[in-house]
Ligand binder design. Structure first.
Ligand SMILES: [Zn+2]
Length: 319
């Protein structure tokens, strides 16, 4: 072998080693850490309203998806009345338990429509309507939900998260919510988090954001953090109705640009195919509840069927 050939040969080997090294360096994170998505829903139904497309697309490409319902959806008297076939002023704790069971079954069915499994649904079992009070409370103050009279976590179709991991429910305390969320972020190691936006008109939705943000801070979460909007102010979404061929739109209402408090266009827009939009519609229809006095409830949820889903990224200061 000539000097020159030997040199050429060594150069080739060296380039080869560098190439293998580089391939390894870039390929490894993907192969050892596949995408893991966690969608936090304040109530059973928010996950499909905001993220059905994200969920089905992620599952279709083999990513791991977990849906975490933070409350049991057990604080909606008109819905409890509808499920129980009673007048709103006649419903009692058992009717609210029946409602939460009804809504949890719906979340499980909706997730199945999107390609998920029953164990992809995690139920924390905190009180519907009280997340804001829990966030504002001192760590140890225990809250009792006014409709169910419960003061600790529960779920109807499977064990609530805290019971499944610790063998007993968690008291309705600020520290319990934060503790469960910190544990979940630690064990699930998500690469993407989705939660309702802090500008949402529903206090549970804002508090869900605050809790998840605080838990993410506590664990030093470095992945992507997205928010979705359900009860945008003063009205949302636009255009109204099931419009699978149209994107979401900002509007000006009485001189105010909506959705209030959020940049438009949103920083992330995820297109949905016609088939995906139809599947999103089916998953929302799986959440149909006969709500007394609110016939528009279902059509409002279905208005989130668009040719896309939209997400915001909270400012670093908000995280
Ligand atoms: Zn909600």
């Amino acid at each position: 072998m000539s000097h020159r050939r030997l040199h050429g040969c060594l150069t080739s080997i060296l380039l080869c080693v560098i190439a293998i090294g580089l391939t390894g360096a870039f390929a490894q994170p993907q192969s050892t850490r596949p995408a893991s998505i966690v969608v936090f829903a304040p109530h059973p139904d928010d996950e499909v309203i905001g993220c059905a497309g994200i969920i089905m697309q992620a599952l279709a490409r083999g990513a791991r998806v977990k849906v975490v319902a933070i409350t049991s959806g057990d604080g909606f008297p008109a819905a409890a009345a509808g499920v129980a076939h009673k007048a709103v002023d006649r419903v009692g704790p058992d009717d609210f338990f029946a409602l939460s069971r009804f809504r949890q079954i719906q979340s499980r069915s909706a997730l199945g429509i999107l390609g998920g499994q029953a164990d992809d649904l995690i139920l924390l079992g905190y009180p519907d309507g009280d997340l804001g009070s829990l966030y504002d409370a001192t760590d140890e103050k225990v809250i009792r939900q006014q409709f169910t009279r419960k003061n600790e976590t529960y779920a109807s179709i499977q064990k609530d998260y805290h019971t499944s991991v610790h063998g007993k429910p968690a008291a309705y305390q600020r520290s319990s919510v934060l503790g469960d969320l910190v544990e979940l972020l630690t064990s699930l190691e998500p690469t993407e988090i989705y939660v309702t936006d802090q500008t949402d008109g529903h206090i549970d939705h804002r508090a869900a954001f605050w809790f998840v943000r605080d838990a993410a801070k506590q664990v030093g979460y470095k992945g992507a953090f997205y928010t979705y909007l359900v009860h945008g102010l003063p009205a949302w979404p636009f255009p109204t109705g099931v419009t699978p061929n149209l994107p979401f739109e900002s509007r000006k209402i009485e001189g105010e640009v909506v959705p209030r408090g959020l940049p438009w266009p949103p920083p992330r827009r995820v297109p949905l195919s016609r088939e995906q939009a139809q599947r999103k519609l089916k998953s929302i229809q799986a959440h149909n509840i006969p709500v007394v006095g609110m016939p528009e409830h279902q059509s409002e949820m279905e208005s989130f069927v668009k040719s896309e889903e939209v997400f915001w990224t909270p400012l670093p200061s908000a995280r």
